[in-house]
Design a protein around this ligand. Structure first.
Ligand SMILES: *[C@@H]1O[C@H](CO)[C@@H](O)[C@H](O)[C@H]1NC(C)=O
Ligand SMILES: *[C@@H]1O[C@H](CO)[C@@H](O)[C@H](O)[C@H]1NC(C)=O
Length: 430
């Protein structure tokens, strides 16, 4: 169980009005920033090495350390009874995007550049089991349904994820023109996933939310002068409205991807009414995550029970980078001091417990660390058992890197406050 250390300098919200920034004690903020920074650097270094393992592109998908110790490099090497080519492609694209979310070292930059150019220029992506198909002016990515099978399929989530990776990495590399070609990918998305199919082929809220997040990230990085900016915004607006209806229609729906999407859409130049809706939707994400009703919150005030709720829900000891990807962004958007604190404590635990380092050999055991796995994150045993694997998959690290980079971004908006304990002591004496 995590100790609640009273590191929080809350209460400012009440004194300064609702939107007053959350604040953290200055030395705590400095320490946690340092810890997250070092962890992100190690994770990014690992991810870039991994993507380029064996000099292939999009390599290093999964490292098994159970009965056999081996790398499953590409998406056609997956273990089919527990994984799919589509998920593999999505995870590899997510890893590339995560890498582009932190400042790139010289080596990572070279590797990222190679991957993005490959996405832009190639028509065939053997390590992803995917190729590009032209359908009347539109470009559609099709992937093999199974390793060894000639059946192919298209996926809106993959289509949106490629857009996101190119947009995010183009920005990170300072190359806006990377997106010029992307218009035909967007046309491809509209072709395989027109509005008439949104409801009809609704797979899960989470799947749809991943698409929303990808498109929101793309829109953020596509310049207004771009030829498809307006069409993208229009599509995004309508898709958001659709997801909102779905959200209202089912109280069980929740996804870290929609939490993240809300935070991305928040600073946009949306009208006041739209911003109010975004904020309400964000608050509802926290409520649903904690399993508390709106009336409970109104009655008890916004801050009641956040920390206990989150800890009860995901446990203070397990790997928690998944939900933290969304919660970190929400904490900053809602300027919720308690949420900030809980997210930070859980992240610190993930770094200390679930990241391979010289001090933490993880499931590989003492003395078995290699330069290939150093900096990687791994999952807790319960989760691995549930997924029937003894392995480190690329998303185990990508999710943590995303959560950490979102939190580092959030921290820049959170004040560090020096608490003068001497004066407090004196006052207590009086
Ligand atoms: C970590 O901090 C250093 C020094 O401030 C900075 O140059 C680097 O970009 C940071 N890394 C990440 C991943 O934020
Ligand atoms: C999807 O279609 C069903 C049946 O027509 C309808 O009841 C539901 O509200 C629709 N969902 C959304 C999110 O529009």
């Amino acid at each position: 169980m995590l100790a609640m250390l009273g590191l929080l300098v809350a209460g400012l919200g009440g004194a300064l009005g609702r939107d007053a920034p959350a604040a953290l004690e200055a030395s705590y903020k400095e320490r946690i920033q340092g810890l997250l920074n070092a962890s992100a650097e190690a994770a990014a270094q690992h991810l870039s090495k991994r993507l380029a393992l064996k000099s292939e592109l999009f390599g290093g998908y999964e490292f098994e350390y159970g009965e056999q110790v081996r790398w499953l490099h590409g998406c056609l090497d997956i273990v089919v009874d527990r994984d799919s080519v589509e998920n593999c492609v999505l995870r590899q694209l997510q890893a590339l995007t995560a890498l582009c979310g932190v400042p790139l070292s010289k080596d990572s930059k070279t590797i990222v550049e190679k991957h993005v150019k490959h996405l832009l220029k190639a028509k065939s992506y053997p390590s992803l089991g995917m190729r590009l198909q032209q359908i009347s002016g539109a470009s559609v990515f099709v992937f093999q349904k199974q390793p060894g099978s000639s059946d192919v399929d298209a996926s809106p989530a993959i289509q949106a994820s490629v857009l996101m990776a190119a947009a995010r990495c183009g920005e990170a590399l300072g190359k806006k023109n990377y997106l010029d070609d992307a218009e035909s990918w967007f046309l491809g998305l509209q072709k395989i996933y027109p509005e008439s199919l949104w409801n009809e082929s609704f797979i899960s809220y989470h799947r749809s939310a991943i698409m929303w997040e990808s498109l929101a990230v793309t829109a953020l990085h596509v310049g207004e002068q771009s030829s498809f900016h307006e069409d993208l915004e229009e599509y995004l607006h309508r898709f958001e409205a659709f997801l909102r209806r779905a959200w209202e229609g089912n109280a069980e729906y929740w996804s870290f991807a929609s939490a993240r999407a809300l935070a991305i859409r928040w600073p946009s130049k949306a009208a006041k009414k739209q911003r109010l809706l975004l904020k309400r939707w964000a608050t509802e994400h926290v409520d649903r995550f904690l399993g508390r009703s709106e009336s409970f919150r109104l009655q008890k005030g916004p801050e009641v029970g956040i920390s206990q709720g989150i800890l009860a829900r995901i446990g203070g000891a397990r790997y928690t980078c998944g939900p933290l990807q969304g919660l970190a962004s929400l904490a900053a958007m809602l300027m919720d001091a308690e949420l900030v604190q809980v997210v930070l404590q859980l992240l610190e635990k993930d770094v200390n417990r679930y990241q391979l380092s010289q001090l933490n050999p993880g499931p590989l055991g003492e003395g078995s660390e290699t330069s290939e796995t150093l900096g990687a994150f791994f999952r807790d045993d319960d989760q691995l058992q549930l997924e029937k694997r003894s392995s480190m998959r690329v998303d185990d690290t990508a999710m943590c890197l995303l959560a950490i980079s979102h939190m580092l971004e959030a921290l820049t908006a959170i004040k560090g406050v020096v608490v003068n304990t001497e004066r407090i002591d004196k006052q207590e004496e009086l």
